[in-house]
Design a protein around this ligand. Structure first.
Ligand code: SF4
Ligand code: FES
Length: 251
């Protein structure tokens, strides 16, 4: 049964992108284990404001695992210690009375810190802008079964489409690689007839943009897959590599 706990939180504080950051430790009393992790952060900020201190800046929006905004590194794991959930879906019942919880921003060259726990993830938007779309005219809305797509392809495209662009994959990778994210977007479109036509151009453009923005190469350690809150499989990276090599051979 959930109870109230007393915890310490060790939080990364950084006033701006060019400022030096440091950890500060705060004590929180009587936190309900029914509270979400972000509700605990809200309570921390109310406490800081009451003490006339600057609240901790952190990103969030939907708070239901959809938008990919909540980018916190908790006790050494992107999105915290639980599998297959985002930070906003983590609850305080995962922690015990007396625990010290370390909270950091994404650590990746591709995601510079804006302030405290908030990072600039616009690099992923730029990769999408480079090719993560369908620009051919696909006509009006057809009947759902008018374009035959195999169940296997439909399922794999749907699994890839689950990616919410949170950035945990690059944050988890020791090389700061964005391959899991890029592969999910390439795979999702390459598997469907509407996206197939531009598949070669898309794979080349998105990989080129990823390299230009400073993301590293895939390390094959699968840390990205382990930490992805949407269970995106590294098999999509294999598909991206195939798509890319075939596209380059046709140049
Ligand atoms: S692949 Fe997973 S970890 Fe990477 S951006 Fe998509 S949802 Fe987040
Ligand atoms: S706040 Fe939207 S996924 Fe967490």
């Amino acid at each position: 049964m959930d109870k109230n706990i007393n915890i310490s939180v060790k939080v990364w504080r950084q006033k701006g992108p060019r400022e030096k950051g440091h950890f500060e430790t705060y004590q929180l009393q009587n936190i309900s284990q029914s509270a979400s992790f972000l509700e605990m952060m809200d309570i921390l900020n109310e406490q800081l404001i009451m003490e006339h201190k600057a609240p901790v800046a952190f990103d969030h929006d939907c708070r239901e695992g959809i938008c990919g905004m909540c980018s916190l590194y908790i006790n050494g794991h992107p999105h915290g210690p639980d599998d297959s959930i985002t930070t906003c879906q983590l609850h305080m019942r995962r922690f015990n009375d007396g625990d010290t919880i370390t909270i950091e921003p994404w650590r990746s060259a591709g995601f510079p810190v804006i302030r405290d726990l908030m990072v600039d993830r616009s690099a992923y938007d730029k990769i999408i802008q480079a090719g993560g779309f369908v620009s051919v005219n696909t006509g009006g809305i057809p009947d759902a079964n008018a374009i035959p797509i195999s169940k296997k392809n439909a399922d794999e495209a749907m699994d890839a489409a689950a990616c919410i662009g949170c950035g945990a994959c690059a944050a988890a990778c020791k090389n700061g690689s964005a391959m899991l994210f890029v592969s999910a977007k390439v795979s999702q479109l390459a598997l469907l007839p509407q996206g197939r036509i531009e598949a070669a151009r898309r794979a080349k453009a998105m990989v080129a943009k990823m390299d230009e923005l400073g993301f590293g190469n895939c390390t094959n350690t699968r840390a990205c897959e382990m930490e992805c809150p949407k269970n995106v499989s590294v098999s999509h990276i294999a598909r991206l590599n195939r798509e890319y090599i075939v596209a380059k051979c046709r140049d």
